[in-house]
Structures are given as C-alpha cells and as structure tokens.
Design a protein around this ligand. Structure first.
Ligand SMILES: [Fe+2]
Ligand SMILES: [Fe+2]
Length: 326
C-alpha cells in the first residue's frame, strides 16, 4: 500500500506547490476580492457563487491525437502477448488507464452537472474523482513500464460514453444521474472486487510482483467507491432498496442491449474480421486455461459485497446476470 500511496503523495505535494505558486501570483487579486467582500459585510459566499448550474453537456470525451479510440463492438483489442507474460500485463494496464480516465471524467461530470445534490455528495464524488485520477496514474506508469505507454494501443472510453446519457432518461435529470451511479458505480466497478484479485494472481505467476500490487489495492479501494454509489443511488430512490434493484435491472438490460447492438453492427460491417477476432479470443482463453496452474474462474465475493453495503437480494441480482460464478 505504501508503494502505491507514496507516488500519489509526491504528486499531491507537487500539485500543492503549483497551487501555492499560482496563488502567489493571484494574491493581489485575491486581496482585492476579500476586501470587497468585507465591505459588503458578507463573510460567506452563497452556494451558487461557487457551484453553479452546468453550462454544457459533454457526451463524448475529448481524446487528442495520437490517442485512437477502440471501435465500439470490437472484441479482441490486441492479445498480441500470450497469457501470463509481461506483455499481457502491459496490455492490461494500458486498457485500465483508459477506463480509469473515462471513469474519472464521468464522476467529475456527475458532481458538476448536479449542483443541487447535498454537500456530502460533492465531497464523496470529489474524492472518488481524485481516486480515479490516482488509479489512472498508477495504471499509466505500469503500462509504460511493461512496454506499452498510453496511446501505443487503441484506448477505451466506454465507461464514460456509454454512461453519459441514455435514450430512456431525459438529459441532465436525476434519473440520468441514478442510472450512471447504478450502472457504472454499483455494477461495472463492483466487478473489480472479484475480477482484480485474479488479475493480481496471474501477474504474480508471471513474476510481475510490482504490477500485482496495483490490482490488489484497486480491488480494495473499489469497495469504498461501490459503497458511495450505493449510498447515493438509494438517496435518489428515497431510501427504497426495492426500487434501486428495479432500476438497476432496467438499466442493466438497456446497457446489455446497447452492447449487443454495437456488436451486431460491427459484425455486419465485416463478418470475416469479426469471426477471426472471436476465434483469436477463444484461442487466447484456451491458452490461458493451459498456462495458469490454477483456476481462472471468477466467483462472487459475498463478504466484500456485503461490506460495500449490498443486500443479499442485490448480490443475487448481479450473480444472476452471469458475470461470475455463485
Ligand atoms: Fe478506479
Ligand atoms: Fe472506482
């Protein structure tokens, strides 16, 4: 944990130093503003003076060249390195960098676009946003260390772009926010709880001990993120846990159908390419089962899910979707 937090601490110190330097320059202006405020007799700023209504909508995240997005519907991203090799570790972290950045942006927008949510919501999501930035930084360093600096492969922005808006929700509404929190916060991110310890195990097998610590730590940290998403999803459903489950069911079905639709379009465009990719993926899975001397099946971690705040029916709901074994 220390090895993970030390670079983050160094980065925070660097940012504080930058802020101090910048504020130094702005000091005169700040003094003038404070003096003007003192004259009006107001010592506190009204909330709308520092947290305003959103000025825009941003359905697509900006990615500058040379970063290239992965085509929606594509299955096998690269798989150039065999399972259990340092190259595969690099690919994992390259993909993760893209997801962490996209997740960071999504949560930052959740806070920015909903100024009327309680103070605690903004505190929670500012912290989560910072966590995701730190995760992205860790993944970025590891990808580079394992031979794949960010941008050397196509990048994934789906965490943001498939969750920013939904055809079923009016843009900018609390219903849209609820769907974002339920899908990305309580479902997608919760898969890390079970999935990442296995990734760490595979990395240890490949003798990449330094890399293995990252998914281990991330799996622990995501429990807190899931707990926060769950808390605010319940808040948005007036504490009605049944309703949380109903909306999650609908939102998951919607997203599943979207994924299938992207895939259908991708396959229709060039069936031969799609078949070749599916075969490559299946061969990779077979090679992985052969390579690792342990089971690579993922089982539900009920204890971790309980500690994140899931009820038993909620755990069963996600188990029933088939992303891991009961
Ligand atoms: Fe993360
Ligand atoms: Fe997270």
């Amino acid at each position: 944990v220390i090895e993970v937090l030390e670079p983050a601490l160094a980065e925070t110190r660097r940012q504080i130093a930058w802020a101090k330097k910048t504020l130094e320059r702005a000091k005169l202006d700040t003094r003038r503003v404070l003096a003007a405020l003192a004259k009006t007799g107001r010592t506190r700023l009204r909330r709308d003076q520092w947290l305003w209504e959103p000025l825009d909508r941003v359905p697509r995240c900006v990615r500058a060249t040379p970063l290239v997005r992965v085509r929606p519907g594509k299955l096998a991203h690269r798989l150039a390195d065999g399972p259990g090799t340092p190259g595969a570790v690099g690919e994992f972290f390259h993909h993760l960098t893209g997801s962490e950045l996209a997740t960071m942006e999504l949560y930052a927008r959740c806070s920015y676009e909903h100024p009327s949510m309680p103070e605690e919501f903004h505190q929670d999501y500012s912290r989560v946003t910072w966590d995701e930035a730190r995760h992205a930084d860790l993944a970025l360093r590891m990808a580079k260390k394992y031979g794949l600096p960010f941008g050397s492969m196509t990048i994934d922005v789906s965490a943001y772009e498939t969750n920013y808006q939904y055809l079923t929700c009016k843009p900018g509404t609390r219903q849209e926010l609820l769907w974002r929190l339920l899908i990305q916060g309580t479902f997608q991110e919760s898969l890390i709880i079970e999935g990442f310890p296995l990734q760490a195990k595979k990395m240890r097998f490949a003798k990449c001990e330094d890399a293995a610590r990252v998914p281990d730590v991330l799996a622990e940290e995501e429990v807190a993120h899931v707990a926060i998403a769950l808390k605010w999803a319940r808040y948005l459903c007036d504490g009605d846990k049944e309703r949380v489950m109903e909306v999650r069911e609908r939102a998951h079905l919607y997203q599943h159908q979207q994924v299938m639709e992207f895939r259908r379009r991708y396959v229709a465009e060039d069936p031969d390419r799609a078949i070749a990719e599916t075969e490559k993926l299946q061969a990779y899975g077979k090679a992985a089962r052969k390579r690792f001397p342990f089971s690579i099946k993922v089982y539900v971690n009920r204890e971790a899910r309980r500690s994140a705040g899931f009820t038993e029916p909620e755990i069963t709901q996600i188990v029933n979707w088939g992303y891991f074994f009961p």
